[in-house]
Structures are given as C-alpha cells and as structure tokens.
Design a protein around this ligand. Structure first.
Ligand SMILES: [Zn+2]
Ligand SMILES: [Zn+2]
Length: 133
C-alpha cells in the first residue's frame, strides 16, 4: 500500500497490514483536522518507509506528535510516546483506504452532538481496548 498527503509531496510505502482501523471522535483530532470525526489506521513504524516529502511535526503536548505535510499542511500522521512503536496514519491518506474498514469508534463520549452514527461497531469511552490490540 501507499499513502500520500493532499499535494502528493509526502509519499510513503506501507509494507504490511494495520493493527487496527478506527474512528476517533476526540476534540484534539477534530481541531487537528478540521473535520467532525477522523479515521486512523495504525501501523508498526517498521512497516512504513518515507519515499518523499517532509513531515512537519507539531507537538501539542510532550510526546504527542501530529505530522502534516510541510508543503500543503494536510494531516498525515499521529504518534504518541505511550505507543512508541506505532504510527497512526489518517486513513484517507492511504490510496487503498477503501479496503481498510474502520470497525470501532474511540473517544465516543466526545462525539459532536449533531452527528448520528448508525453502524453497529463498538463505541468506546477513551481509547477503550483499541490501543492495546
Ligand atoms: Zn502535501
Ligand atoms: Zn482523536
């Protein structure tokens, strides 16, 4: 698989499958993306190789790093020191996103009130068991 930012400058190759694919409803993700909900696929760092472009890293709090394209500024990745081996890629950056289907919701207690979620996937408070998977 391959992932790309909005302008295509940041390009990475993914040599394996994600540990999990989930929606995140937390306020930080909303602010970081400008979208009411975001979706991530989480990969072991060892599966990712950056082919081109440069990520600009914004550290919102110590150890919480948001990666965006330094050229088009679109969000690409999220990393946290509490799971140092993992990189969460914004699902839609992945060319094959249609094959990676989110099967849970995390931080569901922070969901925007006007959005109705009609699927049957588990809806967790906080990250639930997802980060441990
Ligand atoms: Zn870009
Ligand atoms: Zn979030």
């Amino acid at each position: 698989m391959q992932a790309r930012c909005f302008c295509g400058d940041v390009r990475l190759v993914i040599a394996g499958s994600p540990d999990w694919v989930s929606y995140c409803h937390c306020k930080s993700c909303r602010k970081a993306t400008g979208a009411p909900v975001t979706a991530y696929a989480s990969f072991k760092n060892s599966l990712l190789s950056f082919e081109s472009g440069k990520l600009n890293i914004y550290e919102s709090s110590p150890g919480t790093k948001w990666g965006s394209c330094s050229k088009c500024h679109s969000p690409v990745s999220y990393q946290a020191d509490k799971c140092p081996d993992d990189t969460h890629l914004h699902l839609i950056t992945i060319d094959e996103y249609a094959e990676l289907i989110p099967d849970s919701h995390v931080h569901f207690e922070e969901k925007v009130v006007w959005m109705n979620i009609l699927d049957d996937h588990p809806k967790y408070q906080g990250s639930g068991p997802v980060l441990q998977e």
